[in-house]
Design a protein around this ligand. Structure first.
Ligand code: NAP
Ligand code: MG
Length: 497
């Protein structure tokens, strides 16, 4: 594959890696798909192909699952003490950190996000997640249970849940890989990871660095491919647990299949998260935070604050301040150092988001700013877009858009806004801006969401549980609760006399 069409900003290392014809990573080996199929990964800033990538089918899924099974049951990984797993995970974190510049460029190229953001959010976050979970390895304890039977020792053991199929989206490619891989490795599981077809590059590189770090072959297998690859992984009887992040639609399907097969499952799905500015808020901070809350990552965040509720008395002022900020944002290619908002990830997402903007206009919402492409070239750009409306029932106020589109809605009372905020099938995140500590925590308890942000938005930490109420998902990731999802509990009874 020629490297001359790749953007000039790429370092030699990033260029060499991006331009390779990428194969699957199965049992520590790079292999072509069994049936030889490939697909192209596209640079969304230019709409040009980057390179070709192997498309895994059911036979590849089977090989990868078998490799993961062998690694789980019959390899040095199976008998490695917890401290050994911690050492390997930390070594992987070190290698990713040393390679941070390359990873940031690969994310900017493949996903379109601004390279500076890729570095501080995606790459640094990935390193932190691996280090956090390396710390858990030696802190997985069973318990001794004080049972009623005399002369009985009853204790629990925590064991790895087994072979994990992990299916991730394209919005934070390597960070999502780390959210999945790190707790699985800490628990002693083995993995078949399926990155999104739009953004396969960084997961493949993490897979290679894992081998370099000394993580045994077969512990992490990376299968690039399409939705059908993910479906084959979900269907494979050798997979013990599925961890999925993506759309609620696919999540429902995976939930139904894993339910029938009685596989373990965790699902991180969509959202339409309400963000509420109370009348006593620090308005400058609320405007700056709410702006970031929706337009960060070009709106492609599951916990984007996409419904903004502002008190009627301050509505015009807040809307004007948001529009002024939007007009100053630079929309452009991810590898340009001055870009604030990169393109959307794909032509499909571009069409989808533009169709929502069209729907907003057609339904009678007022378009305050944005709506157009906002950057030159063939990339999938969309300007930061702001609608106002008094109607919660509009399509743009109900459905997840997953783009830089904010819907601002006026309200009058706290009880009213809490009820309207909860009037959604989703429940991933919610936010409150206020100086009143009582109202802040009243709302925190009233809002039906897995995360509530008070005077901030979108905070993440490897130790803080993350996940959804209602149609936003099942289970939690991060910290002890996230680790638990990769463990089985075994109860051992010993008659002592
Ligand atoms: P998606 O289809 O749910 O994709 C997520 C992952 O699931 C990808 O790896 C995808 O593979 C895989 N997949 C697709 N169909 C599958 C199936 N039947 N069984 C198993 N795995 C399957 O999401 P999308 O189509 O990329 O985006 C559509 C919408 O989903 C977005 O507009 C947004 O609303 C939502 N979304 C949410 C998140 C989130 O963080 N919660 C992330 C991304 C998208 P392929 O990539 O190869 O199709
Ligand atoms: Mg898809």
């Amino acid at each position: 594959m020629s490297t001359t069409t790749l953007p000039e900003q790429l370092s030699d290392t990033a260029r060499e890696f991006a331009a390779r014809e990428h194969e699957l990573l199965i049992d520590g080996e790079r292999v072509a798909a069994a049936d030889g199929r490939t697909f192209e990964t596209i640079d969304p800033s230019s709409a040009r192909p980057i390179t070709s990538v192997a498309l895994a089918g059911p036979r590849d899924v089977d090989r990868a699952v078998q490799a993961a099974r062998r690694a789980l049951e019959d390899s040095e990984w199976a008998t490695l003490p917890a401290a050994g797993r911690a050492r390997l995970i930390n070594r992987l974190a070190d290698l990713i950190e040393e390679d941070a510049g390359t990873f940031a460029q690969l994310e900017a190229l493949d996903n379109g996000k601004p390279v500076k953001i890729a570095k501080v959010v995606d790459v640094d976050g990935t390193v932190r997640f691996f280090r956090h979970f390396a710390g858990w390895c030696e802190r997985v304890f069973g318990r001794v249970i004080p049972v009623r039977q005399p002369d009985m020792l009853c204790y629990t053991r925590k064991e790895p849940v087994g072979v994990c199929g992990q299916i991730i989206p394209w919005n934070f490619p390597m960070l999502m890989a780390s959210w999945k891989l790190a707790p699985a490795l800490a628990a002693g599981c083995t993995v078949v990871l399926k990155p999104a077809e739009q953004t396969p590059l960084s997961a493949l590189r993490i897979g290679e660095l894992a081998l370099e770090a000394g993580i045994p072959a077969g512990v992490i297998n990376v299968l690039t491919g399409a939705g059908e690859t993910g479906a084959a992984l979900v269907d494979h009887p050798g997979v013990d647990k599925i961890a999925f992040t993506g759309s609620t639609e696919v999540g429902r399907e995976i939930g139904a299949k894993t339910g029938r097969a009685l596989k373990r499952v965790t699902l991180e799905l969509g959202g339409k998260s309400p963000n509420i500015i109370l009348p006593d808020a620090d308005l400058d901070a609320a405007v700056a935070g709410s702006f970031q809350g929706i337009y960060f990552n070009t709106g492609q965040a599951c916990n984007a604050g996409s419904r903004l509720f502002v008190h009627r008395d301050q509505f015009d002022k807040v809307v004007a301040a948001l529009a002024a900020r939007a007009s100053k944002s630079r929309v452009g290619p991810g590898l340009e150092p001055n870009t604030h908002l990169g393109p959307l990830v794909s032509q499909e997402q571009h069409k989808r988001v533009l169709s929502y903007i069209e729907a907003g206009r057609a339904e009678g919402a007022e378009l305050v700013t944005g709506g157009g492409a906002g950057a030159a070239g063939d990339g999938y750009f969309v300007e930061p877009t702001l609608f106002t409306t008094g109607r919660d029932d509009l399509k743009i106020a109900r459905e997840e858009i997953f783009g830089p589109v904010l819907v601002a809605l006026p309200y009058e009372t706290l009880e009213e806004v809490a009820a309207r905020a909860n009037e959604t099938e989703y429940g991933l995140a919610a936010g409150v801006w206020t100086r009143d500590i009582g109202n802040a925590h009243r709302l925190a308890s009233m809002l039906k969401a897995g995360s509530v942000y008070i005077n901030c938005w979108g905070e993440v930490d490897a130790g803080a549980p993350f996940g959804g109420y209602k149609a936003s998902g099942l289970g939690r990731e991060h910290g002890g609760e996230g680790l638990e999802a990769y463990l089985e509990t075994k109860t051992v009874w010993t008659k002592l006399a």
